[in-house]
Each structure stands twice: as structure tokens, then as C-alpha cells.
Design a protein around this ligand. Structure first.
Ligand code: G4P
Length: 290
């Protein structure tokens, strides 16, 4: 799904999330473990304010485990609990309820002291398109999607779905926009498939991806495309891959678009293994280190 984000759409998305904030105890901020910075909404702190939050690094099965650990420490340093999850396979999901309880312990203790009867934790998922929101909801509710029906004070279309006995989840996630002003962020969103019908030039994207692999995972690049040395010259780099893989035009010349498509497809389908496209240390030059 490709969403065109115009100012009006952003304002509406923000309004919708802000409205629902009142209904929940905790927000699950879903991001892509491969690009934890680039897959966050740029205004998330402003939108969520002080509402308790659990950051979920989804698609952790595709990210470099060591780098994911660095991100979890990074978020801890920012005051956020975070968990690495794989919504598709349902890994790491059990901890979501437990950690949410820990985050909300004080609030629930306070309510209890006031004589309020214990109730299930109310939660909502927010994230940019393709971060895995629907997959996570489906996994959390398993097969037995038990809708608790309309709850007073909730918009009629809102439904709460039960996640075990201890949690209720809003059935519609909050969809927020990515940081698309930054070209590098755009590249990372495209490589990870967050932006499907990319408006970026395919060859530019492949160059970016190959340079990234050369810098961060040179051995994997050499092995996959049988380089003894990775050439500095981009034409030589594309020619080598194109010849090796038969990405040729009718006239037996290397077809650079085909090479670009191949490289991007192979990265997305994990032919280079688990890849993380950014590390917390990269943020020293970014405005996010707040
Ligand atoms: P959204 O609601 O936030 O827009 O995302 P959605 O759940 O539709 O997930 C987007 C794609 O990401 C889906 O692939 C989904 O299967 C995949 N996905 C979600 N969570 C995980 C995860 O933890 N690990 C992995 N490996 N994949 C995950 P899809 O429908 O097949 O779309 P696509 O493959 O064409 O991108």
C-alpha cells in the first residue's frame, strides 16, 4: 500500500491518533528493526506526549541482532523500554503484555489505592505504513478474535480486541507518516520495502545499497557476486554483477536497470542475510538525538 501524504492527510492522521490517545493506557510504537530511525514518525514525541510508550522493533528477524541490541540500549538511554519482535512469526510477543504491565505498574497501583477495580491494559499500535501493524494485531489476537464490543466513550466504529485476559487493543492502528524529506531516509524506506512503488530512481537506489553493503558487509557482497576486489568504479561494479547474472539487453550489453532490480530484490529477500541499515551511532549527526 502506498499512501500519498499531503498536509491535510498528515493533520488528519495526527488528529486521529490524538483522539485515540485518550482511550488507551499505553502506545506501542512499531518501527522497523532494520531502520529504527528512518521508520519513525518525525513528530512522534509531540503527538504522543507523555503517554506511556513501548517501542517495538519489528521485523527483528531481518535485522542484524547485534545492531538491534545497540538500538535497545539506545532507546533505554532515551527513557523508553523497547522489545525486538517478529510479528510475522509471533516471536517476542509474549513479553509485550509483561513489559506493558511493568511500565504501567505505578499508574495501576495508584488506581488500586483509590479503590478502582483492576482492569485490562488498553493499548493502541501506531506506526508508519508497512511497519507491520496489521500483522502484529492479527498475531496478538491469534485466531480467537474476541471483540469486546463497543465501549462507552469510544467512537462507534472503534472496537477493542482482547489479548489474553490482561490486555485490550484498539482494532485500528494509528497510521503515521515517515520522514520523507530526508533523501537518505527515503532510500532506506525504499530498500526495506516500506515505500513500494518507489519514486526514487532504481539505479540510484541500487548504488546506495551496494555502497552500504561495501561499507558495512563487504564479505557478504564479495561472496554473493564473486568479487575478488570490489571495484570503486560504479560501471565496473554493475558490469560485473550484470555479466555474472545475465542481466543483459538484447544486444548482449549489461542492462543496468535489470542489475539494479536484481540487487534490490536480493537485499529485500535476505540473500545477504540479516541487515541493519542504521546504527544509533549514525544519529550523532542527526537531529534525532534528542
Ligand atoms: P502495516 O499494517 O503496518 O501496513 O504492515 P503489514 O502488517 O501489512 O506488514 C507489511 C509487510 O511486512 C507484510 O508483508 C508483512 O508480512 C511483513 N511483516 C510484518 N511483520 C513482519 C516481521 O516481523 N518479519 C517479517 N519478516 N515480515 C514482517 P507482505 O504482506 O508480504 O507484504 P510484502 O512482502 O509485499 O511487503
Amino acid at each position: 500500500m502506498t499512501i500519498q501524504w499531503f498536509p491535510g492527510h498528515m493533520a488528519k492522521a495526527r488528529r486521529e491518533v490524538t483522539e485515540k490517545l485518550k482511550l488507551v493506557d499505553i502506545i506501542f510504537e512499531l518501527i522497523d528493526a532494520r531502520i529504527p530511525y528512518s521508520s519513525r514518525n518525525p513528530m512522534i514525541d509531540e503527538i504522543i506526549h507523555h503517554k506511556p510508550r513501548l517501542v517495538l522493533l519489528n521485523k527483528a528477524d531481518m535485522a542484524d541482532q547485534e545492531v538491534t541490541k545497540e538500538w535497545i540500549s539506545f532507546f533505554a538511554g532515551q527513557g523508553f523500554r523497547s522489545l525486538a519482535v517478529n510479528a510475522q512469526a509471533g516471536e517476542g510477543l509474549k513479553e509485550i503484555v509483561q513489559v506493558s504491565k511493568e511500565i504501567l505498574q505505578e499508574k495501576f497501583d495508584r488506581l488500586k489505592a483509590k479503590g478502582v477495580k483492576p482492569r485490562a491494559i488498553r493499548a493502541m499500535i501506531v506506526g508508519i505504513p508497512n511497519s507491520g501493524k496489521s500483522t502484529l494485531i492479527n498475531r496478538l489476537v491469534k485466531r480467537n478474535i474476541a471483540k469486546t464490543g463497543n465501549t462507552p466513550g469510544v467512537t462507534r466504529s472503534q472496537q477493542w480486541i482482547k489479548v489474553g485476559k490482561e490486555m485490550e487493543l484498539l482494532d485500528t492502528p494509528g497510521i503515521l507518516w515517515p520522514k520523507f524529506e530526508d533523501q537518505e531516509v527515503g532510500m532506506k524506506l525504499a530498500i526495506t520495502g516500506a515505500i513500494k512503488d518507489t519514486l526514487l530512481n532504481l539505479q540510484d537506489l541500487a548504488v546506495y545499497a551496494l555502497k552500504f553493503l561495501e561499507r558495512e558487509y563487504p564479505e557478504r557482497l564479495k561472496e554473493r557476486y564473486k568479487f575478488s576486489e570490489i571495484p570503486d568504479d560504479l560501471v565496473a561494479l554493475f558490469d560485473h554483477i550484470g555479466t555474472l547474472r545475465g542481466c543483459l539487453t538484447g544486444g548482449a550489453m549489461v542492462d543496468y536497470d535489470k542489475v539494479a532490480e536484481l540487487v534490490i530484490r536480493e537485499i529485500r529477500s535476505q540473500k545477504f542475510g540479516r541487515l541493519s541499515f542504521e546504527r544509533p551511532i549514525d544519529l550523532q549527526t542527526k537531529e534525532m538525538n534528542r
